[in-house]
Design a protein around this ligand. Structure first.
Ligand code: 5RP
Length: 249
């Protein structure tokens, strides 16, 4: 581990380092987005070089693609490979069932497509993202630009009937202008404080015209590699699962 990292980055690094053990020669690998995923990409590039293994990578954002290519990783598209063995990605929150909030970095749409097209999804995270209930982190929802204010109003209306503790919706900005995703959409952040029923809310949101996708990942993640500032990590599986996923090498 680099010596000059602050505690938060040490935990992210430890998580990415722990996840690297699940990467095997010949894999088609989904690469997540965010600061934790960036550590993974850097460590993966070192592993590929030192172990001379063949890994085909599908990034979940232009940022991750740029980083992976700059480090010499073999990068392609999801359409080229069709399906992936494993996706490793960060999260903004995860609950005991490993339901996630994702999209803090604005890449939730490609992230969900890639994770869903993978045999397994491994989340990399420091321990600060572990929660009993999702919702303290604002839920990102990707919407098309056309009629976005009407879409926002319909979302607000839907939230009044949903099992959530807050209902404020804000347009995500970047330097005073709307943040634009890789797919050319806007992001609305839903400040819900507590989400009682993630699957139900996800279905309700995705039925609203103008909503492209939401940042709730329900029943998608197979395990979380939790990193600690001490440099240690542990693998956490969802309470519902038996021991047959992501057995530690
Ligand atoms: C990007 C994401 C990220 O995985 C999430 O925001 C976590 O990022 P970080 O590792 O920087 O804390 O969902 O859309």
């Amino acid at each position: 581990m680099p010596t000059n990292l602050d505690p938060a980055d040490r935990a992210k690094f430890a998580s990415a380092e722990g996840a690297l053990k699940f990467v095997e020669d010949g894999m088609r690998l989904g690469l997540g987005t965010g600061s934790t995923a960036a550590w993974l990409v850097r460590l993966l590039a070192e592993k590929v070089q030192s172990e001379k293994i063949d890994i085909t990578c599908v990034p979940t954002s232009s940022r991750t693609r740029d980083l992976a290519e700059s480090l010499g990783l073999k990068v392609t598209t999801l359409d080229d490979v069709g399906w992936l063995d494993l996706t490793i990605d960060g999260a903004d929150e995860f609950d005991p069932e490993l339901n996630l909030i994702k999209g803090g970095g604005g890449a939730l749409l490609q992230e969900k497509i890639v994770a869903t097209a993978s045999d397994q999804m491994l989340v990399i995270s420091d321990d600060s993202k572990q929660v009993d209930h999702l919702g303290a982190f604002a839920l990102p929802v990707e919407v098309v630009k056309f009629g976005w204010e009407t879409t926002k109003a319909i979302i607000e209306d839907a939230l009044s009937d949903a099992a959530v503790a807050g209902d404020t919706v804000t347009l995500r900005l970047s330097r005073d202008a709307p943040y634009i995703t890789d797919e050319g959409h806007y992001i609305l952040d839903l400040h819900l404080r507590k989400i009682e029923a993630p699957m139900g809310l996800s279905i309700v949101l995705n039925q609203i015209p103008g909503v492209v996708e939401n940042g709730l990942f329900v029943d998608i993640a197979d395990a979380v590699c939790i990193g600690y500032a001490s440099g240690e990590h542990r693998i956490m599986k969802p309470a519902r699962e038996a021991d047959d996923v992501l057995s530690t090498p």
